[in-house]
Design a protein around this ligand. Structure first.
Ligand SMILES: [Zn+2]
Length: 386
């Protein structure tokens, strides 16, 4: 979930300034020529002309996974098309959308990818293609323009101001991110692995099989009782942090205090990181997979206490709340901190590290906007990148 008020998962009502929703209108004219970088990490990404997207470049954006096969294929296809047409690809700097100005290439690419999409038989294949194409275009459009760590334009890089912090090892976050949120400047999910590292807060891109497989393998190992989705499921009874961990821990302590030491009880929290309209489909996909793995039962959903804002300590404006992904994670840590079994692992400090990084992001985005002569208060019309 990015910073905005239009498309938030309604953990609580939102206070975000609308202007964050607006896409930065920076045109990136990217003369798309291939760097002859040879990565020692992988041979599979090599072409006769050099590396299209190296493993190193791919992982630099915040993941430890291999380069997804279909993303790699689409990048190759784009390159072939570019050579055939003797044209240059031109991507929008924010969103990786091919720009209208590149008339012929855009038209041809559009035709081609629509034809490919239509020819795909089932909806699963279509989703995978859609996601991979989004990712491929975003990578090509952001290369050399965005800082790989904070996803801000290099001149606005906020990395030096972010303080990293170790997440309590009994907790692991999964950022289940929609491809349209990938490499978005105002995305906040990225903050979690900036602060906690990619092993504690792991990116899982929706519709990218390599990513989903890694996450689900981990969740299967953890077992259903240790997996939670931070998403309000309207059709299920929502459990609060207190309901779930308060009662559970008492029961566990009474029954088998010694057993607890041997069993890995790491709690896995899936955070859905997409716009409000995309989140429903993402949640459904998680539920379907959970059913196929664990049988009929729904994936357990957990809700935050709407009354207890984790952000109450922060200055009144602009105020953060839990409608953005990173703030939701901070809120969760703050609520867990209140429970006896988590009281001694400094979750409050970890929540504060996230809140601090959020403040840094907000400042960076605000400064950028001011520097570019844009208002930070006027309301912008919601326009979806397609
Ligand atoms: Zn940076």
């Amino acid at each position: 979930m990015s910073i905005n008020m239009v498309s938030s998962v309604p953990w609580t009502k939102s206070f975000f300034p609308l202007w964050f929703w607006n896409k930065t209108r920076v045109l990136l004219t990217h003369h798309y020529r291939y760097h002859h970088r040879h990565s020692p990490l992988s041979d599979t990404d090599m072409t006769e002309e050099g590396v299209v997207v190296s493993l190193q470049e791919w992982q630099g954006w915040g993941t430890t996974s291999p380069l997804p096969t279909m993303v790699s294929q689409i990048v190759e296809d784009l390159k072939v098309l570019e050579e055939d047409l003797d044209a240059h690809m031109n991507f929008g700097g924010n969103g990786g959308k091919l720009q209208v100005s590149e008339g012929n290439f855009r038209v041809q690419e559009d035709k081609k990818h629509r034809a490919t999409y239509q020819a795909l038989g089932d909806s699963e294949k279509k989703l995978q293609f859609y996601s991979a194409r989004q990712i491929a275009c975003r990578i090509l459009g952001s290369r050399g323009y965005l800082c790989q760590k904070c996803w801000l334009p290099m001149e606005d890089c906020m990395c030096s101001k972010v303080t990293s912090c170790s997440l309590y090892p009994g907790i692991r976050f999964w950022l289940y991110m929609h491809p349209k949120d990938f490499l978005r400047q105002n995305n906040t999910g990225k903050i979690l692995w900036q602060v906690f590292g990619v092993d504690a807060a792991t990116l899982c891109l929706f519709g990218i099989p390599e990513h989903e497989e890694i996450m689900w393998n981990s969740l299967k190992m953890a077992g259903k009782s240790n997996v939670w989705c931070l998403y309000p499921n309207k059709n299920a009874v929502l459990k609060s942090v207190q309901n779930v961990f308060g009662e559970e821990s008492v029961a566990r302590d009474e029954v088998a205090p010694s057993k607890q030491l041997k069993v890995d009880t790491t709690q896995h929290f899936i955070l859905i990181d997409g716009t409000w309209s995309n989140s429903a489909a993402m949640f459904r996909r998680l539920q379907d997979k959970a059913k196929s793995v664990w049988g009929d039962e729904d994936l357990s959903c957990i809700s935050l206490n709407p009354g207890a804002s984790a952000m109450h300590k922060l200055r009144p404006q602009p105020s953060w709340d839990r409608t953005c992904t990173a703030a939701a994670a901070a809120g969760l840590l703050s609520e867990l901190q209140l429970l006896p079994q988590f009281s001694s692992v400094e979750l409050e400090k970890q929540a504060e590290a996230v809140e601090h990084a959020l403040t840094v992001l907000l400042d960076a985005l605000t400064n950028r906007r001011l520097r570019m002569g844009r208002s930070i208060t006027r309301k912008m019309r919601h326009t979806n990148i397609q």
